[in-house]
Ligand binder design. Structure first.
Ligand code: SAM
Length: 281
């Protein structure tokens, strides 16, 4: 996987595209498909806020695309200048081209193409207070994006995607992170790699399970904590449940048989990080 962090490159070019048949249009449009994101190691972030977040966080920009309509906007001008200095091309397009690139009738006026960045599982060295979240076979991009945003909000260390999961760099997942994808380390692990990681984990590995017998508010969370969440449909696999040092449950009332995965992850993270989180003042 490409390293998405900034490396020194020659300054980027400026291109003006009005033809829907331009190959750059097809290339960027193609990044909506998982196979093209896998092959290129790139992804699209849509909207000025996300693109600004990515650039400020030092992610490698390949292309900054903006509508000709905002060419005189001072902020867009600054983004374009930074993108070029960092080696990214600036592509100025018509509304029709932007709509085709993004597959939307009302596209954002600014989009960015960035290199993906994933941390290798072997590079994870959790400090004593770190909290990592492992997601087994997460399928819903909205859930994954919301979890990444929540991990960012509680100051947890990062997210490990275990097994066959949704792509964190899909447009929907990136959008749901609201920019947190650029601040939260992400790793992918095969079930075998993760089994080794959990066996060697130096602190508590906490599985969440509907059959857990420990109330999540009474469990001890000796750091570093590895919080292990199950899949939306099938829950935590028996193998991972057996590998965790504790299995906790969030008590429920009413008729719902479980909580949404992202909601359950949020409840757990705010409990685990309870002492670390304070209101200012
Ligand atoms: N049918 C699935 C099952 O049997 O586990 C429901 C999965 S639930 C939608 C997705 C994940 O959220 C679960 O695997 C678990 O990690 C977590 N979860 C949801 N509600 C929970 C609860 N009340 N206590 C503990 N974990 C919960």
């Amino acid at each position: 996987m490409a390293d998405g962090r900034q490396k020194t490159r020659p300054p980027g070019k400026v291109l003006h595209i009005t033809s829907l048949a331009n190959p750059v249009v097809k290339e960027i449009r193609g990044l909506a498909l998982p196979k093209n994101r896998r092959a290129s190691g790139q992804f699209v972030a849509e909207g000025q806020k996300l693109v600004t977040d990515a650039i400020e966080a030092g992610w490698t920009i390949r292309r900054l695309v903006h509508s000709a309509r905002v060419a005189d906007d001072a902020q867009v001008g600054r983004l374009a200048a930074t993108a070029r200095t960092r080696g990214g091309d600036v592509v100025v397009v018509s509304e029709a081209v932007l709509a085709k690139m993004t597959r939307r009738e009302n596209p954002q006026t600014v989009i960015g193409v960035f290199d993906q960045h994933l941390t290798r599982p072997a590079a994870i060295r959790p400090g004593p207070d770190a909290v990592w979240v492992a997601l087994e076979q997460v399928r819903d991009p909205g859930n994954l994006g919301t979890i990444i945003r929540t991990v960012d909000a509680v100051g947890a260390a990062g997210v490990i995607l275990v097994g066959d999961t949704v792509d964190p760099f899909s447009i929907e997942a990136v959008r749901a992170t609201m920019g947190s994808i650029f601040h939260v380390p992400l790793a992918r692990a095969t079930p075998e790699e993760f089994a080794r990681m959990i066996a060697a984990w130096p602190g508590t590995s906490v599985g969440t399970h509907l059959a857990g017998t420990v109330d999540y508010r009474t469990a001890g969370y000796r750091g570093p904590v590895l919080l292990v969440m199950g899949a939306e449909q099938s829950g935590l696999s028996p193998e991972l449940a057996a590998a965790c040092s504790t299995l906790v449950r969030i008590p429920q009332a009413g008729k719902a048989d479980s909580l949404n995965l992202a909601v359950a992850t949020g409840v757990m993270l705010f409990e685990i990080r309870r002492e670390a989180l304070k209101l200012d003042g």
